[in-house]
Design a protein around this ligand. Structure first.
Ligand SMILES: Cc1cc2nc3c(=O)[nH]c(=O)nc-3n(C[C@H](O)[C@H](O)[C@H](O)COP(=O)(O)OP(=O)(O)OC[C@H]3O[C@@H](n4cnc5c(N)ncnc54)[C@H](O)[C@@H]3O)c2cc1C
Length: 374
């Protein structure tokens, strides 16, 4: 494609879009106030789990389409950069402890099977045989199509890939501001000067709603949803599958020997402190799910900000003024949605017909909602 594109925000979403556009021949420049790949994209657990997450409707379809792309996406990045993003495909175990939990996982497993995925129910004994560190369960579902990726490695690989393609990344900028009229974008103002552009993409994650210079009619309500996480040092293969218990408690094994334990979900603004109560909650829940972890060392704690939207769906595609595009609001599923987001937003920028219905994710709905409210 022809033309210059400026992408604001170099998280997984911005980086993957930059790679896609550059591969299609666009001249791309990225502007980043922090360090590429070091915000939510660094903090995430890297689960690729549309079934365990209990998603439905058009969003479930979008997530499945992205999951389907992951093996080729990871392989291409390896080829381009030599970096392995540690895509783990052992599958997810969703334990159930009571009638409601059992009904939920049975329904999700049946839905997954209807879609042609391998999903089956496990008895208590089968579950404990696969994962001896777990507490006894009533039963569990095994979702073999779900996977995880080391999102920190993915960030490094995407950065290397875009730099190889000649994309310039200006990072650590003290401030970045959209330059636009009420009709169209002109470029981006930064602490280091003006960057002219006819196309600007807002991929600023949890900060997308507070990007300065965006005319009122093009603003989208994105708010941070804080997630606290921790990692335990794990002997090899103590936990092999990702364990996805209900109420947002999960254990994600990494190839580097860490077991990621997540996560809290807090609406407390732009606060990334790890708190005593947050760590207590994570450990309590993790040890209830897997008492066999009690002697492991606590090796890391951190927190990140998910980009949340009022209806928990992302904003993908053209904004309300010419040349302005959005690729944000992925909340809990931005790592999963990285490949498909790059593809569909690049299509929208090129003016190609969408290969997946994007109406449910149109940034226009933010305007419709604010008109109703006012
Ligand atoms: C604790 C936690 C666990 C998660 N687990 C999972 C998971 O298991 N699976 C999954 O799919 N998703 C998960 N997510 C969600 C996922 O991390 C996010 O949806 C995804 O990383 C969003 O990517 P992004 O590139 O939009 O945002 P970010 O990674 O936050 O990147 C946005 C970038 O924009 C930059 N920026 C902000 N303002 C400006 C500005 N004005 N100018 C220039 N740059 C700016 C920031 O510095 C940042 O680098 C999790 C998130 C958290 C916090």
């Amino acid at each position: 494609m022809e033309g210059d594109v400026v992408i604001i925000g170099a998280g997984l979403i911005g980086l993957a879009l930059a790679r896609e556009l550059a591969q299609r021949g666009a001249s791309v420049r990225m502007l980043e106030t922090g360090e590429p790949g070091h915000a939510a994209s660094w903090a995430a657990a890297g689960m690729l789990a549309p079934s365990s997450e209990g998603l439905d409707g058009a969003f479930y379809e979008l997530c499945l389409a992205s999951l389907e792309r992951y093996p080729a996406f990871a392989a291409a990045l390896h080829e381009e950069t030599g970096l392995d993003v540690h895509l783990r495909r052992e599958g997810f175990i969703s334990p159930a402890y009571d009638d409601a939990g059992l009904a939920f996982v049975e329904r999700r497993a049946a839905e997954a099977r209807e879609r042609g995925f391998h999903a089956r129910m496990l008895t208590t004994a089968q579950t404990l045989q696969l994962e001896p560190a777990l507490a006894p369960v009533r039963a569990a579902a095994l979702f073999e199509h779900e996977a995880s990726v080391d999102n920190r490695r993915l960030g490094r690989a995407l950065r290397a890939a875009v730099e190889r393609l000649g994309v310039r990344i200006d990072e650590g900028l003290p401030w970045v501001r959209l330059a636009a009229t009420h009709r169209r974008v002109n470029g981006v103002e930064t602490a280091s000067g003006f960057v002219p552009a006819s196309i600007v993409v807002n991929a600023a994650g949890a900060w997308a709603g507070s990007l300065e210079g965006v005319p009122e009619l093009a603003r989208v309500p994105v708010e941070p949803v804080k997630g606290q996480m921790l990692a335990l040092g794990m002997p090899a293969n103590l936990v092999r599958h990702t364990i996805y218990a209900r109420h947002g408690t999960y254990l994600v094994p990494r190839d580097d020997g860490r077991l990621i334990v997540g996560a809290t979900g807090e609406r407390v603004g732009f606060d990334t402190r790890v708190t005593a109560a947050g760590v207590q909650r994570l450990l309590e829940r993790a040890l209830r799910v897997a008492p066999g972890l009690k002697d492991l060392a606590l090796v890391e704690t951190w927190a990140g900000l998910r980009p949340g939207t009022p209806d928990s769906l992302p904003y993908l595609g053209p904004g309300a003024i010419e040349g302005y595009f959005l690729a944000t609001g992925h909340l809990r599923n931005g790592v999963l949605l990285t490949p498909i987001t790059a593809e569909v937003v690049a299509d929208a920028i090129e003016g190609r017909a969408p290969r997946i219905p994007l109406a449910p994710f149109s940034p226009e709905r933010a305007r419709a909602a604010s008109n109703v409210a006012s």
